[in-house]
Design a protein around this ligand. Sequence first.
Ligand SMILES: [Zn+2]
Ligand SMILES: [Zn+2]
Length: 779
Amino acid sequence: MKVLTEKIRVRGTVQGVGFRPTVYRLAKACGIEGEVGNDGEGVWILAAGSKNSLDLFVNRLKIEKPPLATIESIARNIVQNQRNFTGFQIVKSLNNNIKTEIVPDAATCPECLAETLNPLSRWYNYPFTNCTHCGPRLSIIKASPYDRCNTSMSAFRMCPKCDREYRDIENRRFHAQPISCPDCGPIVWLEGGETGIIGDSDTGKVFDLVASLILEGNIVAIKGLGGIHLACDATNEVAVDRLRKRKKRYDKPFALMAGNIEIIREYCEVNLQEEELLKSSAAPIVLLQKKIGSQIAEKVAPNLDTLGFMLPYTPLHHLILKQLDRPIVLTSANLSEEPQCIDNQQARNKLSKIADSLLLHDREIVNRLDDSVVRVVGEKLQTLRRARGYAPAPLKLPRGFDFNVDILAMGSQLKNTFCLLKDGKAILSQHLGNLENAAAMNAYQETLKLYLNLFDRQPQTIAIDLHPEYLSTKLGREIAENKQLKLQPIQHHHAHIAACLAENNIALNSSPILGIALDGLGWGEKGQIWGGEFMLVDYRSYQRLATFKPVAMVGGEKAISQPWRNTYAHLMAGFNWQELEDKYKDLEIIQFLNKQPITLLNQLIKKGINSPLASSCGRLFDAVAGAIDVCRSESSYEGQAAIEMETLALNNLEENEPYPFTIGKLKEENLLYIEPRSMWRSLLKDLQQNRSKGIISAKFHRGLAKIIVAMVNKIFLERNIDNKTVALTGGVFQNRILLQLVTADLERQEITVLTPSKIPSNDGGLSLGQAVIAAARSM
Ligand SMILES: [Zn+2]
Ligand SMILES: [Zn+2]
């Protein structure tokens, strides 16, 4: 039998995930001799054996790769000068500069779960069981390289048994940095309330107690993987209400966790794709369709038809949830809008008035990681928040970006993430939240420092948003100034669209593509506020071709949280008040507006005092919401009005005709725009005829989708655009009705639709767009 030697090159996520031990095991099983090692490009293998056994080996590697590995490519080349090997070896990295990749935190694997639940296992009832295929990663890393001494596990000395497993290449825990057991690892305890402190002498008892406290209607703070949560019985109306009041979070939906998928099915519809997401190693919160008559407390997700569910993703969560036949609320532990607590002392200080008891442990959470949020829209994954389980996995960039460049993009103000770009890959930070909050801004700076160290970056260019008041922009300017780096200011909606193109693998030098970025607000040119933009875009530049009607935001910032202000401004932009009063004086909305200080508001609008014009699609949603009394006086979280309208519209789409919009031209700027005047006329008429909120919402959604498609066609025609592709992005396109209506209509005309999937279409994806634009411009 002829022996061949091949050099096999494996690229992808193949470091720090137990790849070399798997190669070793499979080589032995297939009768292959040779060696395997890590280098800057991934994993290399020298494999000697018969043609058949080599083929078998490579095929099995593809199938039996470790759970957390992803293989991008396997290249095989015959080596001419054959060497004689004896057996198969793992070779130490020759170059010490090679830094093992940092993979995202991963949910408990089936083997570890089985051990945790097995009374005969040494991991029985142990809340920190993990192995190479699962457990904490980014959440515990302090510095690079990813070795135990650089994680918060350095505080725990391995016992001889753990040490043996750690060193045993045949063991599932070979080089599992966070390995620990009840003899040597972190401990949990319960404190606060009437119980005093319950220690870990019998861990099982602690979890029994937590479960019964929850069943009795208490609120328990639970320190988990990337942060501390607040938990209560999700079917207990009183407990959920108490949690809302104590947390001062009034409407924003709470996430839920259930012990297994069968329990989730009692409350929600779960299709195959959603089940896979729930059970994936990222274990995100998945938004699911609520079943009619669901027994979940109404206040878990007021006025919504979806629930956000996740499955237990650490042994600690499993040990609590296995005792509960119903879901629990598991929401980040903080006061409204602050970042999630991660520290024990901080939890005692801040949560004493919110939680009745605290389940804490002594493993430090180094990096705060919120739970990721995803959903499936028409068979496609949509990411709403990218954090635990997904960050910091790199995103491979399209063709053309693989040139020598090192870029840092600072991201947005709300839903902030930052992005590092190098070697044709982009690394997005986890969701860091609203930077206006001092604690979030601190975390942003800390996390930025950590990532620059972990991934060994010395950025030459800093990309920032045009908005002068974004704290990320200010910090970016400061860094650029201090280190004398190039600064690259980037328009908000251009960045949104570029991020969508990059994720959809549009090559660097492709011809321009029409992008539609619909969101709340973003800085435009000359200090304008934009938020409903049709742009012809490539990675370097954009041409603004159409927009939404610019309407005053009366009261500035206040217009963002008080939808009625937009209703008023929109009506004033289309009609004169006398005419409205004459024609519609019986309408409740007109009476409501009449009670407002109209004279003053009119002066503000007329003189442009604290009432900047904004061409925003988000504000148009608010305006309509205000008219039909959805969050009219106040919305308590970003996008609430639009999200509630989406829910209202869902069951009314079929039989109701779309509202008419028209296309006009802004003379000064010579720009097409969407004119909602005729929509308002029909809407007011519907209000007179007492049509329901649901019907009006449906007609609005359908009308908006129709005019967006009409605008696309008009642009294609007028501009003679051959590339019949449209990118749909921006926070507003998280609205599944609008997204699906527009997509279906465009695809019916054989227009290709690109949407973001793995990155959020909201501002959480902005930094990716900034990074690719800055890279393209630096060529
Ligand atoms: Zn495991
Ligand atoms: Zn141990």
